[in-house]
Design a protein around this ligand. Structure first.
Ligand code: TA6
Length: 297
């Protein structure tokens, strides 16, 4: 199957299919500036984004498991049609299902792009009785990575869903990292019985487990790496909510696919639709996403 994909989806200097970890097929995108990205068909999962300076911006656990039915620990898991716990498997089934590779190419802006899609299956219908088509477009540009997610209701009944790009950012030292842009935003604290509070810090630093859902957050957020003097800006599109998560010591130990000390090198800042799920009429379409941009600070 991989050799057939390699033949169909090869664009010299732009995109190629390779056999990734666990023998799973993945697409490597190349930028004209030396940047690169990797997207697995499994979960439509971005696992790597190296910018033109050679810096890896995404965290991927050294203990990540690459096998059918298991979400890859790190990169950018896609949570759909549910965020968190609920009637469906945790974070929904999209991140543990193989997506279809539809296109690779270069946009008129010169970005390398890959398009993947996911539609209902007997397995998904058994969990969530709705016909749909989800589309993911990943664009690798100059110092930027764009993630554009569409959901089309191909059913004859309306349905509602939550969605999130559960992005794991790599930081060399969590004590030198911070998340900015959330001051004054109300959040649900998953660690304090889901009580609501208001963020009172310009920069969120990390000294303990952190797991917060910020409602209707500003569209521009940032992950600051003070040690390296750089920031990854997050411009979210039609994703009102944001989640900030670091498992810290005890939860890190409980996660089998996550090293005990890896909490020191990552922070999740997720762009999402959680508080007010999307209601899609039959034939309706949702478009959302995020553009990640690196710059010096
Ligand atoms: O990032 C928010 C969160 O819901 C946390 O509560 C934590 O569970 C994390 O997602 C990872 O979830 P996962 O199912 O990938 O282990």
């Amino acid at each position: 199957m991989i050799s057939e994909l390699q033949e169909r989806f090869y664009l010299a200097g732009t995109a190629s299919v390779f056999e990734g970890a666990g023998g799973l097929p993945a697409v490597q995108l190349q930028g004209t500036d030396g940047s690169s990205a990797v997207v697995y068909l499994h979960g439509g999962h971005v696992t790597s984004w190296v910018d033109s300076s050679g810096h890896q911006n995404l965290f991927l656990s050294e203990q990540a498991v690459f096998q059918p039915g298991k979400a890859i620990r790190g990169g950018i898991p896609i949570c759909f049609p549910q965020f968190g716990a609920g009637p469906l498997p945790q974070h929904g089934f999209a991140r543990t299902t193989d997506w279809q590779l539809d296109h690779v190419g270069r946009t008129h802006d010169g970005d390398a792009e890959v398009l993947l899609s996911l539609t209902e299956s007997p397995q998904s219908l058994a969990l969530w009785p709705h016909r749909f088509r989800a589309e993911l477009r990943v664009c690798l540009g100059a110092r930027a990575l764009g993630l554009h997610l569409g959901v089309l209701n191909t059913d004859d009944q309306a349905f509602s869903f939550q969605v999130a790009l559960h992005t794991y950012f790599s930081v060399p030292d969590i004590s030198q990292a911070a998340v900015e842009g959330l001051r004054g935003v109300a959040f649900v604290d998953s660690l304090r019985d889901d009580q609501r509070f208001v963020e009172d810090r310009d920069e969120i630093e990390f000294q303990a487990e952190t797991d917060r859902i910020y409602a209707s957050a500003p569209d521009r957020l940032g992950v600051v790496d003070r040690a390296a003097g750089r920031v990854v800006s997050i411009d979210k599109l039609n994703m009102p909510d944001a989640v900030v998560w670091n498992p810290w010591v005890e939860k890190a130990k409980r996660m089998e696919d996550f090293g005990d000390t890896e909490y020191l090198r990552m922070v999740c800042v997720e762009t999402a639709v959680i508080e007010n799920p999307i209601e899609l009429e039959s034939g309706g379409r949702y478009q959302g996403g995020a553009v990640l941009t690196v710059s010096s600070r």
